[in-house]
Write a new protein. Structure first.
Length: 308
């Protein structure tokens, strides 16, 4: 029990739970935009780690390292010979990693998100990512010059004009489906897991078909991840350049559209004015005739009353 003095000096107990003031929606939008466009600490650390591992893997491919022995072990499994019935299905499945067919298939979705959000950001993301992917993967392919399992059974055939490391199929799958997960309006978690599943299975499918060594697939995963991690830093510059190009074109198209609408509306306005001019005398003539008939009937009624 507390006395009167203790109750008088007792401090009020704050209500449970944090007191949160309502936030402005514009502040939340600016915060989200800054998070997307400016790389955070974890993204920078992740990018550095992936770059270091990718460099180590590339050096392991160039030199006779345990990476080459792992590639030989996967080749000895002969998955295509053990499971020949999978061959036609996997041949069609790995098309999800080919840049041309996969991009054309999902391009309408990027256009729909662009129209839905009233922003060119999805298309700019797609174009920027493909430029980064072609440059980064193409340089490494030319620098290593590695041959694939279909050209040779030696996993260490490098600097002989090949273009098999890293896997373009896999890196394209990582970037394309990663972008779809980034711009997804709904069910983003499902899109993320679908992107991971497609990237992993497409890569393993190329190993089954003897198109790539296993290290090529792992290098494709890292190459695609690097592009996705670089996009938030590159996008502000790419978006400004895209806006500088598209804004005058949109303004010109709107001016032409306005002129077309005015030209189409001019004949309608002339026709409506002519119809108004034609209808006005008819209405006035009808009114005069009705007025004359009314006055004549009144005079006849007055004559009848007088005679009566």
């Amino acid at each position: 029990m507390f006395g009167r003095r203790e109750l008088a000096t007792a401090r009020p107990v704050p209500p449970e739970g944090p007191a949160t003031a309502p936030l402005d929606q514009s502040m939340i939008a600016r915060a989200r935009r800054s998070i997307r466009e400016h790389p955070s600490a974890w993204r920078t650390v992740t990018l550095v780690v992936v770059l270091v591992v990718y460099l180590a893997l590339t050096l392991g491919v160039l030199f006779n390292s345990p990476v080459i022995r792992v590639d030989r072990d996967f080749l000895r499994l002969d998955l295509r010979g053990q499971f020949p019935s999978w061959d036609p299905w996997i041949k069609h499945y790995v098309i999800f990693g080919q840049r041309g067919p996969a991009t054309l298939f999902f391009l309408p979705y990027f256009c729909w998100v662009t129209w839905r959000t009233r922003s060119t950001r999805p298309l700019v993301l797609l174009a920027t990512s493909f430029v980064l992917l072609n440059v980064s993967v193409g340089v490494v392919k030319l620098a290593t010059g590695r041959l694939g399992p279909r050209q040779t059974s030696h996993a260490h055939e490098i600097l002989v004009g090949g273009d098999i490391y890293p896997s373009g199929h896999v890196s394209n799958a990582v970037v394309l489906y990663g972008l779809i997960a980034m711009i997804a309006i709904k069910h983003r978690r499902f899109a993320v897991w679908s992107a991971v599943f497609l990237s992993v299975t497409v890569g393993l499918g190329t190993v089954y078909l003897d198109t790539h060594w296993f290290s090529d697939v792992v290098g494709g995963w890292f190459a695609g991840a690097i592009v996705l991690l670089l996009l938030p830093s590159v996008m502000p510059y790419a978006q400004r350049w895209a806006d500088a190009v598209t804004t005058p074109l949109l303004a010109r198209w709107r001016r032409r559209r306005g002129r077309t609408v005015q030209a189409a509306a001019a004949p309608q306005a002339v026709a409506s004015s002519q119809s108004a001019k034609t209808v006005t005398p008819v209405i006035s003539r009808a009114r005069s005739q009705s007025f004359a008939a009314t006055s004549g009937s009144r005079e006849a009624l007055d004559d009848r009353t007088r005679c009566g």
